[in-house]
Design a protein around this ligand. Structure first.
Ligand SMILES: Cc1cc2nc3c(=O)[nH]c(=O)nc-3n(C[C@H](O)[C@H](O)[C@H](O)COP(=O)(O)OP(=O)(O)OC[C@H]3O[C@@H](n4cnc5c(N)ncnc54)[C@H](O)[C@@H]3O)c2cc1C
Length: 778
């Protein structure tokens, strides 16, 4: 038979009954050739120190078998059943792993448990410097590796069906203790650096040690099969150490070779572990930056020294274990005796790395150099992401269920208690009122990326007190309110004690031209008296809604069209204010957002001190209110688009029609690509608008704001529509959030002004810009 590269004859200590295996596979593995009998060829892979791995060939078909080693084993190690389980889940989700074909727990067949997987034909690079390829290809291969790692870390455990796969929060703590125990069990001499490193790690555990992401545990380039000619990952191998835990542990392990001690060289026939200085590879910073960008996380990586130190500790402990197995004649590689020499230098390097304080990547902004996110912005974004994972996603279903169950009940006036608890928690963590630059210290650009994150969940904006219409109303009071108005209304809004609504649109006139507004605000002595009808007042059904900001005409018909209207504060319990009816949105009552109400004002009297900024200043305030608010809406919507695309891809990787996975149908693959293109373009436009607000102010960013307001809802609708299509009937059902998302985003093409009005604004500004260019030329 043609020798499989990297294999040799089966080593004496790993031999098993090949006839028994052949008979078993013949009757249990579909497609395994039964005839002729007795011709199964078995060879052993030389690399790998743990579970012996074999190449099987019969009748032109090739498979790979992995089994437990014989003899006494370290506790919790060599669990081939777990490897099989995780590969199965990942393969179904479309992640590149060899297809697992069969697991056998019957030790009578070959003496231990084993599993068989598809044999993947491709390239494995044993020397991490990849000397056999040119610099461009080397970079591309490294890039493909790190993108694959980021992809692995982006999976949701539940959708993989891997709940309970790991051992819960506290991964880093357990790692330190596990590798310490394994080292102690295998140690034959005392190495003080190992003990010191173990102590440092135990005393410097990262504060976010509750992360539960699927991690590989041994992710490095020589555990990857690349396409024979392309820089593409075909399969990630060796899932023995996979579990759930902190993803940065994997990242540190994958990149630790950048810091490899020069005293440790090639280890015989095993992998070449250090990078050669003379060969160009992408820099450590580049890889980190790409990883962070793929995962859309901050590039600051404040605790990375811990994870690198942990990696070296783990390597040292593994090396000691390999040597211990060699001493009892049970190591799977031939060069196992050399591993004793590397334990000390590895531990010393780990100690050195523990002292380094910063590992930021070169590219500081999540979206590259173009849009610089401040350090504070990055930190808060990271905290928000963690909060979402830890508290919001798990609570989402229960809170939405509460709204559904209470929509017709007597106690409709109560907010879900769990929502109130989450708000308290977010406030305590300082994740509160992030939308208001003067309060949060964040720029619009910083907040834009945070708003996107919160937009992935329907309940998140309210949990962080960053939800419309309260945000817009708080902005108005903050920018234009008097000290008394701020004390009475802004403070409780900022504290989240009350909520509010905004009343501009009217049922009887086309309100996209707000100068049509008929509601009157007339001065009468020390009061203003309000008469008129409003509708689409969002949030008015919220039990905490205590105040409305109402826009109406202050009867000065001699003034210009844009100076006749004013805004005024109206407490919701003022006599004459009546909630007439809630309006449905595509049949939904939208309780989550406090409903949308028609409200009538019948001789509603409030003190003159309730006017905001002064008579005739309504349009001026509206401009200031809606500028940043629109960007926040758009960014939140992009979060919804990301969530929809995630659902689309997961579904496309799970379901099959006409003999192939949905994503393998080209039309679906193209939808996926088109969605990604559109989201990226829309995000760039949104960030551009946010930056312009930061640098030039709301007024001069008007054109970009209007462009964003048109582009983003259209884009997001398209993505959600594709996701619905891929999900089939399920996509429009209550089992998926897509139908609700579609409805909500569709309204954004009307709310805050319909597309057509914004398009007219864009055209006007464009013509003005062009005319300026023309004048400059003349
Ligand atoms: C879910 C939801 C929540 C909302 N929340 C609020 C809120 O909290 N407070 C509030 O005051 N309002 C709110 N609105 C109202 C929203 O802002 C208005 O619906 C919107 O401004 C359009 O006004 P209109 O409905 O009167 O449409 P109209 O003014 O009657 O316009 C109808 C259509 O005419 C077309 N049109 C208008 N102008 C032009 C033009 N110049 N060129 C070409 N075509 C044009 C557009 O296609 C437009 O959709 C909300 C609306 C929805 C759906």
């Amino acid at each position: 038979m043609a020798a499989e590269p990297g294999t040799s004859e089966v080593r004496r200590q790993h031999r098993f009954d090949q006839g028994s295996l052949e008979r078993y596979l013949g009757s249990h593995l579909p497609g395994f050739p039964r005839q002729p009998a007795g011709v199964l060829n078995v060879r052993q892979y030389s690399s790998g120190q743990s579970n012996p791995t074999f190449y099987l060939q019969k009748g032109g078909q090739a498979f790979v078998l992995r089994k437990k080693p014989h003899g006494p084993l370290l506790p919790r190690a060599h669990k081939v059943d777990r490897e099989y389980r995780v590969q199965k889940a990942l393969f179904s989700a479309g992640f590149p792993v060899p297809e697992p074909l069969l697991y056998c727990s019957d030790v009578s067949i070959i003496g231990t448990e084993f599993y068989v997987m598809q044999h993947v034909q491709g390239r494995i690079f044993r020397d991490l410097s990849l000397p056999e390829v040119g610099p461009a290809e080397r970079s591309a291969l490294y890039l493909a590796m790190i993108e694959t790692l980021a992809l692995l870390h982006s999976f949701d455990l539940q959708s993989l069906g891997l709940q309970g796969y790991g051992r819960g929060p506290g991964y880093c703590k357990r790692q330190v203790s596990t590798w310490k125990k394994q080292y102690d069990a295998a140690a034959h001499t005392d190495i003080p650096a190992m003990n010191k490193l173990a102590e440092w790690l135990a005393n410097n555990l990262p504060p976010d040690d509750n992360e539960e992401t699927l991690i590989h545990g041994d992710f490095r380039i020589d555990n990857i099969i690349f396409h024979p000619t392309e820089a593409r990952v075909l399969a990630v191998l060796d899932w023995e150490l996979s579990t759930t835990g902190h993803p940065l542990a994997d990242l540190a392990y994958t990149t630790q070779f950048y810091f490899w001690p020069t005293s440790i060289k090639n280890l015989g026939q095993g992998s070449i572990l250090g990078l050669k200085d003379t060969i160009e590879t992408p820099s450590f910073e580049e890889l980190i930056s790409i990883y962070c960008r793929c995962r859309r996380i901050t590039t600051t990586l404040s605790n990375f020294n811990f994870f690198l130190a942990l990696s070296y500790f783990k390597m040292a402990s593994i090396a000691q274990g390999v040597y211990a197995r060699y001493l009892i004649g049970n190591a799977s590689a031939e060069n196992s005796h050399e591993f004793a020499k590397i334990v000390k230098p590895l531990a010393e390097r780990g100690l050195e790395l523990s002292k380094r304080s910063s590992f930021s990547s070169t590219q500081r902004s999540v979206s590259g150099e173009l849009f610089h996110q401040s350090r504070k912005g990055q930190e808060i974004l990271l905290k928000v992401k963690q909060f979402m994972k830890q508290h919001i996603y798990p609570a989402e279903k229960e809170i939405v269920k509460y709204y559904t169950e209470h929509k017709n009940a007597e106690d409709k006036s109560k907010k879900p208690p769990l929502l109130e608890r989450l708000k308290e928690l977010a406030k305590a963590e300082g994740l509160w009122n992030l939308f208001l630059p003067d309060v949060s210290g964040l720029s619009q650009l910083d907040y834009a990326l945070i708003a996107e994150e919160t937009g992935r969940s329907v309940i998140a904006p309210e949990v962080f007190n960053c939800h419309a219409p309260d945000t817009g109303n708080m902005e108005v009071l903050h920018m234009y309110g008097t000290e008394e108005q701020k004390k009475e209304w802004l403070e409780p809004l900022l504290e989240g004690k009350i909520s509010s609504c905004f009343c501009m649109t009217e049922p009887d006139v086309a309100s996209s031209d707000a100068t049509n507004m008929q509601c009157t605000i007339e001065r009468d002595g020390n009061s203003y008296v309000i008469n008129g009808k409003k509708w689409w007042s969002s949030g008015a059904g919220n039990p905490n809604c205590k105040v409305a900001i109402v826009m109406g005409k202050t009867q000065n018909s001699s003034a210009s069209r844009y100076k006749q209207h004013s805004m005024i504060i109206v407490p919701m319990d003022t006599p004459g204010l009546k909630l007439i009816r809630p309006l449905s949105v595509f049949g939904y009552m939208d309780e989550v957002h406090g409903g949308h109400f028609e409200i009538h004002f019948n001789n509603v009297r409030v003190p003159v001190s309730n006017i905001i900024l002064g008579e005739g200043r309504g349009f001026e305030i509206a401009q200031g209110r809606l500028g940043p608010g629109r960007i926040h809406h758009c960014m939140r919507s992009l979060g919804a688009a990301e969530a929809a695309l995630e659902i689309l891809c997961q579904r496309a990787a799970q379901r099959e029609t006409f003999g192939k996975k949905l994503y393998q149908h080209e039309v679906v693959a193209h939808w996926i690509a088109e969605c990604r293109l559109s989201i990226e373009q829309a995000r760039l436009l949104t960030l551009q608008a946010a930056r312009k607000i930061d640098t030039l102010g709301n007024r001069r960013a008007r054109k970009e704001i209007a462009m964003t307001k048109v582009v983003v809802p259209r884009t997001v609708l398209k993505v959600i529509d594709c996701a619905i299509q891929v999900c089939g009937g399920a996509g429009v059902s209550q089992d998926f959030p897509l139908a609700f998302m579609f409805v909500y985003i569709r309204t954004l093409r009307l709310a805050d002004g319909p597309d057509e009005v914004h398009l007219s604004t864009i055209a006007r500004w464009e013509l003005l810009d062009q005319s300026k260019k023309l004048t400059a030329k003349i």
